[in-house]
Unconditional design. Structure first.
Lengths: 118, 108
């Protein structure tokens, strides 16, 4: 079945560092991918919609200059947390759906990336 | 804007019981609906997808129903097991808006 892969699964870095997270659809093409953030014991909050070949669409309150999204191919979207600070520490998860097979396909989620900023 | 509410927020029951988890959403124009489980520190695992033309979907001990007109979906878990302990989330369509989920704990 369709699988979404995220890398890395865990990142620990110093404040001020920029961190890139990759989201790949392994056996299908994804023109659209979604990025979520989840703080401890809270639900997933949608951050942005990543669109292949065009600009991402950000949800209200999400800083687009802080969270750079690039969707350069049909199987890869990247989220870069620029100049990360401790408050950016969170669990980031991406998702995608195989739209080529039709609208009634399940949304598949990656295993998430745990980001810890010291 | 779609809002999703899940009831109960938390549930702790002995092993073997049958359970019902509820999901309600404000935008009844939802196309399809998916149920997920999330284990602590992990991503989401898709459990069931109720497609646009369906009202119900079953997989093993799980059964999910969808009533678009009332904006509700239920997930029925039969003969619960400790391995069912997780947070259960529901959501529909492409840009899934999640509620807070139901934290389920099955006591051995």
């Amino acid at each position: 079945g369709a699988v979404v892969s995220q890398h890395p699964s865990w990142v620990i870095c110093k404040s001020g560092t920029s961190v890139k997270i990759e989201c790949r659809s392994l056996d299908f093409q994804a023109t659209t991918m979604f990025w979520y953030r989840q703080f401890p014991k809270q639900s997933l909050m949608l951050m942005a919609t990543s669109n292949e070949g065009s600009k991402a669409t950000y949800e209200q309150g999400v800083e687009k200059d802080k969270f750079l999204i690039n969707h350069a191919s049909l199987t890869l979207s990247t989220l870069t947390v620029t100049s990360a600070h401790p408050e950016d520490s969170s669990f980031y998860i991406c998702s995608a759906r195989d739209r080529v097979r039709g609208n009634d396909q399940p949304q598949h989620f990656g295993d998430g990336t745990r980001l810890s900023i010291l | 804007k779609q809002e999703v509410t899940q009831i109960p927020a938390a549930l702790s029951v002995p092993e073997g019981e049958n359970l019902v988890l509820n999901c309600s959403f404000t935008d009844s124009a939802i196309y399809n609906l998916q149920w997920f489980r999330q284990d602590p520190g992990k991503g989401l695992t898709s459990l069931l997808l109720i497609q646009s033309s369906q009202r119900e979907q079953t997989s093993g001990r799980l059964n999910a129903s969808l009533d678009k007109s009332s904006g509700r979906s239920t997930l029925y878990i039969a003969a619960s097991q400790p391995g069912d302990s997780a947070t259960y989330l529901c959501g529909g369509d492409d840009k899934i808006i999640f509620g807070k989920g139901t934290r389920l704990h099955i006591l051995p």
